[in-house]
Write a protein that binds this ligand. Structure first.
Ligand SMILES: NC(=O)c1ccc[n+]([C@@H]2O[C@H](COP(=O)([O-])OP(=O)(O)OC[C@H]3O[C@@H](n4cnc5c(N)ncnc54)[C@H](OP(=O)(O)O)[C@@H]3O)[C@@H](O)[C@H]2O)c1
Length: 292
């Protein structure tokens, strides 16, 4: 059995040690870590993966695309996919900043309690960041009516447009969410009408304060992905995992984080067993859903 070689392609000058450790724990025997990878310079690195091993041994090589600049990583991933031809390809996992695995874990957590369908409405707070955009995309892909909240309506509209480019039938609405919660605002109406609320705001920022939480009377699931105090949703604790709070079930960042790590490890295993695999947010969601 050839050694499992994972080629880590990271846009940052120093490739992520987090991604490296997870890769080793998930079964990579050898890790080749490359920093400063761009769509312009990635092709020779991909050729190195494609042309070194023949036959079934090729499946023991795989690629991980990461980095803190999510848009740049997506450009790298697109170039990686375009470099392959015919059967000469290796498995690829795309997870810049952990955004895809985190969003997938958040949506799987929601889906454990709510039948994701057009009958459901969701607000994604901080919906313009890497994680929030993917949460919006994954929920909309399930038919959920998604409200993307941002301090800037224009940024929220841009996210809605990007998701619609992928999923034409997606139902998305941009919602302006100013810093403080105003009871008569558009934001308050969105929060009051939502079956699901996912907070994907920046670390240490509260996006739903006590008044906002009190207004979320219809919510059945609240997910807060912010691990840095104070919490993103008032009253949701970091370790919450389906904790009952009134009519809602609450998930905190640690409550979601365990599943995120499981999805990440399973994805590494998948790219070493299926060289055809190209694992982006939707495929990671499917892996998470298959975990029950
Ligand atoms: N549990 C895990 O394993 C895991 C993994 C990755 C990330 N995370 C967490 O997931 C969350 C989202 O990550 P991310 O990288 O997508 O976040 P991000 O890009 O840092 O921020 C997301 C959005 O938050 C809004 N925001 C930023 N500063 C704000 C402020 N002062 N007040 C109100 N809104 C503000 C911004 O939206 P607007 O400017 O459009 O309002 C921004 O687009 C973070 O809390 C991160 O720590 C968790």
């Amino acid at each position: 059995m050839p050694k499992r070689v994972l080629i880590q392609l990271d846009g940052d000058p120093q490739p992520s040690t987090f991604d490296a450790v997870v890769a080793v724990d998930a079964g990579a025997d050898v890790l080749l870590r490359h920093g400063g990878v761009t769509a312009e310079n990635v092709m020779p690195l991909v050729h190195g993966a494609m042309f070194t091993r023949g036959g079934s041994a090729l499946a023991s090589s795989a690629i991980f695309v990461g980095g803190s600049d999510v848009a740049a990583a997506e450009a790298v991933a697109t170039r990686v996919a375009a470099t392959f031809f015919g059967p000469v390809r290796v498995g690829v996992l795309v997870d810049p900043s952990g955004a895809n695995t985190t969003a997938a874990a958040a949506v799987v957590s929601v889906g454990r309690h709510v039948d994701l369908s057009p009958a459901v409405s969701a607000v994604v707070l901080g919906g313009t960041g890497p994680v929030g955009q993917r949460v919006a995309r994954l929920l909309a892909g399930k038919g959920v009516r998604v409200m993307v909240a941002s301090r800037s309506r224009e940024r929220a509209e841009a996210v809605c447009d990007r998701v619609r480019e992928r999923t034409v039938a997606a139902s998305l609405t941009a919602v302006a969410a100013p810093g403080s919660f105003e009871p008569a605002s558009e934001f308050a109406a969105a929060v009051a009408s939502a079956d699901v609320i996912v907070a994907a705001g920046a670390a240490g920022v509260t996006l739903l304060d006590p008044a906002g939480r009190a207004a979320a009377g219809r919510a059945r699931v609240l997910v807060d992905l912010n691990a840095v105090p104070p919490s993103g949703i008032f009253g949701v604790a970091s370790a919450d995992k389906a904790r009952v709070d009134g009519a809602a079930l609450c998930y905190g960042p640690l409550g979601v984080g365990g599943l995120k790590m499981k999805i990440h490890r399973a994805a590494i295993e998948r790219i070493f067993t299926d060289p055809q695999s190209f694992l982006d947010a939707e495929e990671l969601l499917a892996i998470g859903e298959s975990m029950g």
